[in-house]
Ligand binder design. Structure first.
Ligand SMILES: O=C(O)CCC(=O)C(=O)O
Length: 347
């Protein structure tokens, strides 16, 4: 039998754009170069360890009720290595073209001003983390945005990767939730002190298995890009392998006055003022464009309720972060465990 021809390198970007347009998502394998992946893992391990050491377990995660899950925000202020991920050409170029050229299918017009960062978050979920998330959309088609899910370790097909319903990112899909989730009421345990609850993670509805939904899986360093209007859910992780991911969400840069474009979303995702001002003073043109003017960010706007529910938005190192990457580099580049241990010794 004849083999399919390998896709020529110069058509790869176009192929991902076609998938994004027709399926609502695309998966880019080997998106993160090995050295960047190693450095990201050092910083990610250090941040997760810091949270476990200095917060009660109920505060380890804002986003998930599942024990052992750790998440944190404001990545770029922690280490420039996260900025390298934000501007990674293998992913950024696809997102930029998708937004500028309006490659999202029905309802998405070209938007020449390009993308701007709106949310980011990193998460560690231990092996065997249960599911419990209903099928949902992260945004509608009126404000088309792209979510990038970078995996920092190998993700097996039953390892808890995002499941997406192919092609469900179009305006016609608004009512799909009635079929995707059971409508029978189900009582989950209520949220405990400091833990989140519906609508972020668990809900009173439960997901149905869909006959042909696609699960993100692949080697460490891959990235799923999806329009946030796609229907998706997080299944249980049936393996012992933890799932470590970094999410970034880009939206369309508003050509209006920055103050009018101040975005909403969860305030924990908002960058700290000194970071945004630093980027405007010293950042590359690309970074300045992505982070935007200080007026875009609502710096000190956590509500009383948000503050009471979590401490996840606090700076991890109020006195300044010990630099994990100053640890001796004698470790083998592929030896992430040794690199993480070197990071730990600097805490
Ligand atoms: O963990 C995942 O893959 C999905 C997370 C998600 O959809 C959400 O938090 O809204």
């Amino acid at each position: 039998m004849e083999e399919l021809l390998p896709l020529p390198a110069d058509l790869r970007e176009e192929a991902h754009l076609m998938e994004l347009e027709s399926m609502g998502f695309t998966i880019v394998h080997d998106a993160i170069p090995a050295d960047l992946l190693r450095r990201l893992k050092v910083c990610h391990e250090q941040a997760c360890r810091r949270i476990r050491e200095c917060k009660p377990q109920a505060d380890w995660s804002w986003e998930s009720d599942n024990p052992g899950v750790v998440d944190y925000w404001r990545l770029y202020a922690l280490d420039p290595v996260y900025e390298e991920l934000l501007t990674l050409p293998s992913i950024y170029n696809i997102c930029q073209r998708a937004i500028i050229e309006g490659r999202g299918g029905p309802g998405v017009e070209p938007h020449p001003a390009g993308p701007v960062l709106v949310h980011e978050m990193a998460q560690h979920a231990p092996g065997y983390t249960p599911g419990g998330q209903k099928w949902h959309q992260d945004g509608g088609t009126a404000n088309p945005s792209l979510r990038c899910t970078f995996t920092l370790n190998d993700l097996l097909p039953d390892g808890g990767g995002t499941i997406a319903m192919v092609g469900s990112h179009t305006p016609q899909s608004r009512e799909y939730g009635n079929v995707l989730n059971t409508l029978e009421e189900f009582e989950y345990e209520p949220a405990s002190e400091g833990r989140s609850s519906a609508p972020y993670d668990r809900s009173s509805n439960r997901p149905h298995a869909m006959p042909n939904a696609v699960t993100q899986h692949g080697p460490a360093g891959s990235c799923m890009i999806n329009w946030t209007s796609i229907w998706h859910t997080r299944p249980p992780n049936f393996t012992a392998q933890p799932r470590d991911v970094i999410w970034q969400i880009f939206t369309r840069k508003e050509p209006v006055k920055a103050s009018a474009a101040k975005h909403g979303g969860r305030r924990q995702h908002h960058q700290p003022r000194p970071y945004v001002e630093g980027v405007q003073a010293h950042g590359s043109e690309q970074l300045k464009g992505l982070i935007g003017e200080p007026e875009r960010w609502a710096f000190e706007s956590l509500s009383e309720e948000e503050l009471a529910r979590t401490t996840a938005a606090e700076p991890l190192w109020p006195e300044g972060r010990p630099d994990a990457l100053l640890a001796p580099r004698a470790v083998d580049a592929g030896n992430a465990a040794a690199a993480a241990a070197a990071g730990a010794s600097k805490l």
